[in-house]
Write a protein that binds this ligand. Structure first.
Ligand SMILES: C[S@@+](CC[C@H](N)C(=O)[O-])C[C@H]1O[C@@H](n2cnc3c(N)ncnc32)[C@H](O)[C@@H]1O
Length: 230
């Protein structure tokens, strides 16, 4: 039976080039691992989770789908349960941007040897982009997906060729002034609306915050103008 997964994970997994072994870091329910095997995206998956009860969910699903010959489950922190060069791609989805950055930072040798890292933070991707750039990773592709009325960003990267990022690129995505990726207009409009709400909320109570937010809105509107002109 084909597994059905949400749009967020479907989009994130679509960023993975077909590969031999995929690491699904923080596999939890295990949907991504099963889906990647069923779709032929990976021949083998190493599903890992720091939480044994979470990994038990993956193990249960793997058994239900009779895929234990191609999905191996390992309990542990981030990439520490992998050996250098063991996987061809890693998916780290559904975690905070700071935690994703920490997982990569904690396993520099292992992470830097993985040809494709697909990262899907649940909150603002800004700290992750900044951390990737500082750690020497180059962002090769970015994606945006809407799932249940929420926007999510997807970052594909690999070690080498890091680019210094402008504030716009770090906050919105490296697509700005570069590529009109699907949903970028809707995403930037959404972020502008968010900042406008912050301005309303702050009111006249915090002049510094008001100035900072107004500056962001101005920058984001310039990005939107560029997108609309493409
Ligand atoms: C919200 S779930 C996301 C599950 C799935 N990846 C997704 O995107 O739907 C986050 C999972 O990451 C696991 N996790 C948190 N920190 C981790 C770490 N340092 N290493 C491995 N797994 C971790 C949690 O135990 C949890 O199962």
């Amino acid at each position: 039976m084909a597994i059905s997964i949400n749009d967020r994970l479907t989009k994130a997994i679509s960023f993975i080039d077909n590969c031999g072994t995929l690491a699904d870091i923080g596999s939890d329910h295990g949907y991504s691992s099963i889906y990647a095997i069923q779709k032929g995206i990976a021949k083998k998956v190493i599903a890992t989770d720091i939480s044994k009860p979470s990994l038990a969910k993956t193990e249960k699903l793997v058994n239900e789908y009779d895929l234990s010959q191609c999905i191996e489950c390992r309990a542990g922190d981030g990439m520490k349960v992998l050996a250098t060069g063991e996987v061809d791609a890693a998916l780290i989805a559904g975690m905070g941007a700071e935690l994703i950055a920490q997982i990569i930072r904690d396993s520099h040798q292992i992470a830097s040897a993985i040809p494709q890292l697909i990262l899907q933070p649940m909150n603002s991707a800004q700290p992750l982009r900044r951390a990737l750039s500082e750690m020497g990773y180059g962002i090769t592709h970015e994606g945006i997906v809407v799932d249940n009325d929420k926007f999510y960003q997807i970052i594909k990267c690999s070690y080498g060729n890091p680019k210094p990022l402008s504030d716009d690129e770090a906050e919105l995505g490296t697509f700005v002034y570069n590529e009109r990726i699907p949903l970028c207009k809707e995403y930037v409009e959404h972020i502008i609306r968010k900042q406008e709400k912050i301005m309303e909320y702050v009111g006249n109570n915090d002049a510094d915050k008001l100035r900072e937010t107004a500056g962001k809105i101005e920058r984001y509107r310039r990005v939107l103008e560029w997108i609309n002109a493409q």
